[in-house]
Design a protein. Structure first.
Length: 308
């Protein structure tokens, strides 16, 4: 898999469709803090999204999408100056058809959310601004198709529709990340935006595809056709950390996931993470996770056995 697909798989992304709701003229809705990512699609009309702590609201017109990543309280309003009332989710029975009619001078909005069962969701969230705004018409054919299919599923529910709707929302998130990367990849720092650079994308792909390989700075630099010095400087500038620190973190994230999702021995996992001995692996693991591999596996087992 490519680096983006591998990170999303590691984070165990789950998508949910919350439903749709009208936003009337001269009104606003206030939403509480949240975990993960909230997603809103303007089906008809237009509105503004304001996130607590952000100076400028974002204008959304029909066909636009907004992905909210900070978890802070936010509001949706037809005018950012409108007072916002607490949002109360509509009481809809499962399988009930959704009628999508925007009120006069208002909007109709579809909502969804994404949760991450991994404790390292910040690997993605910290790479993104509080509002990822995807405008209709800017290379959004895939987004548009997914949106139309989602709309059809919610207007005329069919058996299995909830699962299909989740898949369409997931497609929208991945495509939104692609479009955001194309638009702002050269302006931001982080592994996600480094994927817009062919040489760094290749280096990240090598590390993700074969984390057990005994990578060195020189080997990576050779693979992407750069000098060691130039590669290190470019990687740190664009990704925000050195190549070897990134590789170590990625290996430990994979190892941590494998410790709790498989019965593989610690020795097997240490080899898969590129370490020849359990002791060297244990030191690197404790530096990243704050506990030994054995403690990490046991903590997760206890948490699963005794949910709070």
């Amino acid at each position: 898999m490519d680096p983006l697909s591998e990170v999303l798989s590691l984070l165990k992304l789950e998508a949910y469709v919350s439903g749709g709701f009208p936003l009337h003229a001269n009104s606003g809705l206030a939403f509480k803090p949240h975990t993960g990512i909230k997603c809103y699609v303007v089906v008809e009309g237009s509105c503004w999204v304001s996130v607590e702590g952000e100076q400028q609201p974002t204008f959304l017109k029909a066909g636009d999408c907004a992905f909210l990543t900070s978890g802070k309280p936010f509001s949706l309003a037809t005018d950012p100056a409108c007072p916002a009332q607490p949002f109360i989710a509509p009481d809809r029975e499962t399988g009930e058809a959704l009628v999508m009619n925007a009120p006069a001078e208002g909007a109709f909005i579809l909502g969804g959310r994404f949760s991450f069962s991994s404790s390292h969701a910040d690997l993605l969230l910290h790479s993104l601004p509080p509002v990822v705004h995807i405008r209709e018409g800017i290379g959004t054919r895939v987004m548009r198709n997914a949106m139309e299919c989602l709309r059809e599923e919610m207007c005329a529910p069919q058996p299995g529709g909830a699962l299909i709707a989740q898949q369409f929302v997931q497609i929208m998130l991945v495509q939104a990340l692609r479009l955001f990367l194309q638009e702002q990849g050269d302006e931001r720092t982080g592994w996600l935006f480094a994927l817009s650079d062919p040489q760094l994308k290749a280096a990240l792909s090598y590390m993700h595809e074969d984390p057990a390989f005994p990578w060195t700075l020189q080997e990576l630099a050779n693979r992407v056709g750069m000098s060691r010095t130039a590669f290190t400087k470019k990687f740190k500038t664009r990704v925000g950390t050195t190549p070897m620190k990134y590789l170590s973190k990625w290996r430990m994230l994979l190892a941590g996931d494998r410790l709790i999702s498989s019965d593989d021995s610690i020795t097997q996992i240490s080899f898969s993470a590129g370490y020849d001995t359990d002791s060297a692996f244990g030191r690197a693991f404790k530096k990243e996770w704050g506990c030994s591999p054995r403690e990490h596996r046991q903590q997760r087992a206890n948490k699963a056995s005794f949910p709070s």
